[in-house]
Write a protein that binds this ligand. Structure first.
Ligand SMILES: Cc1cc2nc3c(=O)[nH]c(=O)nc-3n(C[C@H](O)[C@H](O)[C@H](O)COP(=O)(O)O)c2cc1C
Length: 387
């Protein structure tokens, strides 16, 4: 079983992740992880924090000479901003406590968090609720992507809308990923990208924030990941859960998702064909590559909706948690829009689930065993034999 934990506060010394369950002998390239981290930091709409940080991973354990050992892999990303927060975020008691944050922000974890955890300072909640934590997930995803690459699986994403500006461009093959990543708003539609950047600039000037929609696409997924036999083994359920675990994500669709609900059945399902050289195949992919909780060999396609960033420079009304006075919600340094970054986090989380599904199906204590089982299965499935 593949599992990971993250730890770390937004303005603490750093973020850590521990991955357990990777097979031995998997090649790990630190630069590839750092590329993912750099991509998460980018995008129009990011706040001042991203100018301070230069996220780089340090591998603390589980990898020797570029190969996994089968032992837990631990990853560290230092927070450069920590230097400015050593007093406010001290783990030891300090003589004079810093100003507490008492004006919870609507849409953030501040108020439910202080009530649940019995806190008198919203900082004790927001430090962990902050999406800074997603840097650790992206590092984990960078490892998962390297496992998937061994099996010919590639994960990409693009932004489909920011606010009410919609992009029209198909992310149809993995060769387009590098172009998406050059865009300031992570989309192939250059004309829409210009309007999206303007929209973000206008929102910033108005003290507003924006959300949007992005898609994650996975190519090269073999038939047979996930299972129909139990609710928590369904691949679509696992993917939806990890996408929803990303802060500010409020909706997930698999394949054509909500649009399927208004179609006739004949226009909603992907007819099955067979050719000896190709095996079973489809000409459409309304299902987004998953039927009955099992990957069907078509690209996996997931779409997600991100709400606007909760921290507003023109804040909504709130209530001071001690005096109960009407106040403006707290302003923290903040992103105006983080949809491109969220897409990168989603790539990481999707990669994680698929890496786990690969290991569940093909097993192995070292990657050679996993690859051998995969090759045998691939041969049988390509020949059209039920495995
Ligand atoms: C990549 C990324 C960056 C984010 N940046 C900010 C930010 O700068 N300020 C903010 O208030 N919320 C930001 N958020 C959203 C909050 O973390 C999120 O809304 C909050 O934790 C509450 O969780 P919920 O929206 O899922 O209910 C960001 C989310 C992501 C995925």
């Amino acid at each position: 079983m593949l599992r990971f934990l993250t730890a770390g506060e937004s303005h603490g010394p750093g973020l850590i992740a521990i991955i357990e369950g990777l097979p031995a002998n998997l090649s790990i390239n630190t630069n590839l992880i750092n590329q993912e981290l750099a991509q998460r930091q980018q995008g129009a709409g990011r706040g001042g924090r991203m100018k301070i940080e230069l996220d780089q991973v340090k591998i603390l354990s589980g990898v020797r000479f570029g190969l996994t050992l089968g032992s837990p892999v631990s990853l560290l990303i230092e927070n450069k901003d920590w230097a400015n927060w050593t007093t406010v975020m001290s783990s030891d008691p300090i003589p004079v406590e810093p100003t507490r944050l008492l004006e919870p922000r609507p849409g953030h974890a501040d108020l439910p968090g202080v009530l649940k955890y019995g806190q008198r300072d919203c900082r004790n909640i927001l430090e962990r609720a902050s999406a800074r934590e997603t840097a650790a997930r992206v590092a984990v995803g960078g490892v998962a992507k390297q496992l998937l690459a061994q099996f010919g699986i590639t994960v990409g994403s693009q932004v489909k809308s920011i606010g009410d500006i919609t992009a029209v461009a198909c992310l149809c093959n993995p060769d387009q990923i590098s172009d998406v990543r050059l865009s300031p708003v992570h989309t192939l539609d250059e004309e829409a990208a210009k309007r999206m950047v303007e929209h973000i600039d206008q929102a910033r000037a108005a003290g507003e924030s924006l959300g949007g929609v992005f898609e994650v696409v996975v190519w090269g997924v073999p038939v047979g990941l996930g299972s129909h036999v139990h609710w928590d083994r369904r691949l679509d359920a696992q993917l939806s859960a990890v996408i929803m675990s990303i802060p500010a994500i409020k909706g997930v669709e698999v394949g054509d998702g909500f649009a399927l609900a208004e179609r006739l059945g004949s226009a909603a399902h992907d007819a099955i064909y067979y050719a000896p050289e190709q095996g079973f195949y489809r000409r459409t992919n309304y299902a987004g590559g998953i039927e009955g909780g099992i990957s069907n060999g078509m690209p996996i396609r997931i779409t997600a909706a991100m709400k606007p960033i909760p921290t507003l420079m023109t804040p909504l009304p709130s209530v001071q948690i001690e005096t109960k006075e009407v106040v403006e919600a707290a302003r923290e340094r903040s992103d105006v829009c983080a949809v491109p970054a969220a897409a990168i986090v989603a790539e990481a989380m999707v990669s994680w689930v698929l890496a786990g599904a690969i290991l569940e199906k093909f097993g192995g204590d070292n990657i050679q065993e996993t690859l051998a089982a995969f090759a045998r299965y691939h041969k049988e499935v390509s020949a059209g034999d039920p495995n």
